[in-house]
Ligand binder design. Structure first.
Ligand code: PRP
Ligand code: URA
Length: 218
């Protein structure tokens, strides 16, 4: 994991051969959907584990079965998830696998395919979200419009930028730039930064429409 030299709060997973291999499968349009889901879930798990590293901890000492003290840490503060529907729902299980019974709010935002502008349809978030760290979930950061729309909602509910950690599978440089410029203190954890956007606002090389492939609506 390293943060990019351009943006201090943007963290990119180490580009290991394992990660490249996982992306080679999910980017391959000839692969069946079942493989896309399985390998996307593996990438999501890596992102969630990395995102959890950004939560604050306090020192904690335990005694091992060897009757020896061990100086460790415990997580501080409360968390919740917030998924940007629909594709963000694909990341919910990865979060639940790491944080049992975590609360997960929903924000339904769909991009208008013509204008590429995000449209908010629905939201339901924990009432006490302002007192929690929020793991905001969306696998694709293209223009950044959807993510910024969700971030505006979280801020309007009293969340501070420092409390929000955006977990993402593929980011475009344009999307990262737009989000970071507007919300410089929101941390973004992504698995990879791609080359750019095409004229329809799709990430390139990308993988196409993540939600359509994952949920089988293509
Ligand atoms: C996709 C994706 C993001 C958004 C990214 O969702 O999951 O939410 O587009 O694009 P942006 O950064 O330009 O806003 P989409 O609206 O296609 O809906 P879906 O989740 O149903 O696939
Ligand atoms: N949403 C997707 O699912 N893919 C893209 O490339 C852009 C937006």
């Amino acid at each position: 994991m390293s943060h990019t030299k351009d943006h201090k709060n943007v963290y990119v997973l180490n580009q290991t051969n394992q990660l490249k291999g996982l992306f080679t499968i999910i980017r391959d349009r000839t692969k069946p959907r079942s493989e896309f889901i399985f390998y996307a879930n593996r990438i999501i798990r890596l992102i969630v584990e990395e995102g959890l590293n950004h939560l604050p901890v306090s020192p904690a000492q335990v005694t091992t079965a060897q009757n020896v003290k061990f100086d460790g840490v415990v997580f501080d503060g409360r968390i919740c998830g917030a998924s940007i529907m629909r594709a963000g729902e694909s990341m919910e299980q990865g979060l639940r696998d790491c944080c049992r019974s975590v609360r997960i709010g929903k924000i339904l935002i769909q991009r208008d395919e013509e204008s590429q502008e995000p449209v908010l349809h629905y939201k339901k978030l924990p009432d006490d979200i302002a007192d929690r760290y929020v793991l905001l979930l969306d696998p694709m950061l293209a223009t950044g419009g959807s993510a910024m729309c969700a971030m505006d909602i979280l801020i309007s509910m009293g969340c501070k930028q420092e409390q929000i950690i955006f977990l993402n599978v593929i980011a475009s440089p344009e999307g990262l730039h737009n989000v970071h410029k507007r919300f410089p203190n929101i941390r973004i954890v992504t698995a990879v930064i791609d080359e750019g956007l095409d004229n329809k606002g799709y990430i390139t090389p990308g993988l196409g429409d993540f939600g359509d492939i994952y949920f089988g609506t293509k």
